[in-house]
Each structure stands twice: as C-alpha cells, then as structure tokens.
Design a protein around this ligand. Sequence first.
Ligand code: ZN
Length: 189
Amino acid sequence: MQSPGETYPRTAYLLSLIGGILILIFSLIYAAILAVLASIVAGLGFGLGAGLLVGLAVVALVFGLIILYLALRLKSNPQGARTYGILILVFALISFIGGGGFYIGAILALVGGILAIVWSPPAPQYGPPMMGQPMPGQPGWGQPVAPPPPPPSMPPQAAGAARFCQFCGTAIPPGAKFCPKCGAAAPGS
Ligand SMILES: [Zn+2]
C-alpha cells in the first residue's frame, strides 16, 4: 500500500478524497429531496420531523466537507497524517451510520483514514530525532558520542597467580588446597 519514497499518504489521500466527495454528493441529493418533502409535508403538520431530517442531511454535507478538507490536509501536511487519519475515521464512521455517500463514500473514507493512521513518513528527514543524540544548539552537539563503557567483568585469574588466605593473609603456594599457617580452605580451590 505504501511505496518507498512516498512523501505523503497517497492512497489514504485519494480514498478519503473520493469518499468525502461521495458523501458530499449524497448529502446534497438527500438534502434536496428532503427539502422538497419537508415543504410538502409541512402543510400536513409533519414539518418538524422533516426539518430534522433536512438538518441531518446538512450535517452529512458538513461531514463530507470536513473529510474533503482532512484529505487535502493529509497531502499538504503529511506530518499530521495520524491525526487526520483518526479524524477521517471518526467522521467516516458517523457518516456510515447515516448512509453517507451511499455507504461507498463512507467505506472509502474509512479505509483512507485507516491507511493514513498506519502510514509512516519517509525516513529519515521526517523521523523523530534519535534518542540520546543531542540536537543542534544543545550542549554536546557535534561531539562524538562516547562509546558505552565495557561491562564490568572479573579479570581472569592468571595461572599460578599468588593467592592469599582470606583469614590470615598468608601467601598460599600454588596447588595448595589449605592455608599453610591456619589451615583454612584456600580461595579458588
Ligand atoms: Zn590462613
């Protein structure tokens, strides 16, 4: 779904754009039909209900416009792709409940929103700064990063190295298992 070097979520943008347009067209037709119906039934005492339906159509129209706007923002500001994707998703979901864009528009916008959320900007120019690396202007920037200190380890005991009794401190000759002075067990044996 994402080709390398993509500077903006192209597929998400196109799907959201088409979805938004479909929702817009749908709501315009819907609003027009309802407006005619409302004017007819208004005389019969159903004006309020029809008016509410027209209101819903207007809401769908606004949602279509919002999704269109978010799709355009997706292209102009890919940095905020995740935020726009979430917003597109929310508005598409609500539109879907109202049958937005004959459902096709809402589904397209829905998929577009998800794609925008999962889309990742191309590395490295848009990526966040490396953790632990000083930013330009901060102290330490430009200086080589010191390598981490080697892990502490016990120096290997050289063969035949002098050992001393842990109780009396007497030197223990190599190979001896006990201290020649106090008889304590020699260390390392
Ligand atoms: Zn000893």
